[in-house]
Each structure stands twice: as C-alpha cells, then as structure tokens.
Unconditional design. Sequence first.
Length: 182
Amino acid sequence: MSGLALHRKLREEDDLIPVIFLTNDDDVKTAVTAMRGGAFDYRQVPVSEPYLLGRVHAALQQNRRDRQRAAERRAAAARFQELSPKEREVLNLMMESRRRKDIARELGVTCKTVSLHRANIMRKAGADTIARLAHLYLAGGLHNDQLSRGTMRTDEPSGGTLGKCSRNRSKPWTLLTACRGT
C-alpha cells in the first residue's frame, strides 16, 4: 500500500492522526493530492532533524486542537439530540432570527408556548445566551442539516430580530453568518 493510499484509508475511517509525508520524489501532483487529503506536511528528504522534530511537534499540537474540536462537536450534537421535534423546529426558526410571535404564528402556538420551548432549548443545550446557543448550533453541525434540507436561508431575513417579544436583542443569524467559517 502506498503512503497516499494509507493516508486516504485513515481519513475514510475518520482517523485524525497527523501525517507528514517524507519522499525522495519531487512529484508536485502527489504533494498536492496529499495536502488536499489532509496531510499536515509534505517534504522531500533529506530534512534536518530539528526541522522535522519541529514539524512533528506542530502536528501533534494541531492534532490535539482537532481532537478537542471534534469532541466539542460530538458533545454539542448530543445536547441537541435531547430536543423534542417541536423544540427543534423552534430552534431552527430562532437561528433564522425569527421573532417569537412569528415563530408562534408559523407553528400555530402561542408566544408563551414558544417561550417555554425556548427555555427548554436553552436548558438542554446548556446555553445561557443566544450567542452561546448559536455557537453550539454551529458546533453541533445543525446548520449543515438545515442548509442541506434547504430550510435555512443564506441571507438574514428582513426584520428578523428576536427583539419585540424578547429582552435579548441579539441576532443569531448574524452570529451564524459571522461564525460560519469556524
């Protein structure tokens, strides 16, 4: 098995081990393939020992951060698994910056019911602010589910604050848009 094939197999199995390729060849196509596949580095030998040790150290630090982020994503996703289907609907509409009364109208419930769902969502997610909830929503990958189903808009809805029915005037969709790359 070639190094590229082994690296591809590791990635297919979601193994996050950092990979540094060392080669005698100066094949640009292979280097590009390795880097696009998630290799940490690709170097032609000979490589000085201090440089290689530095790259290994950097790869291990990156790996530690990647594993921590993966654990945070799994934990956030697990928190949202506890939500009832109605709470999920409310959450998704909240993340579109829908107002409480608009959510109530769309779901055919009262503003008070929406407030109760929102309180349950915040408690189950372990969030004390809408900003934290939006962060967890992103970390848990729920925005990807919404985007793939086409139920989340890619622009901020007009008039879409949590404003008039709520003391918290933050805009989750603005937060989601700002954090999308993280």
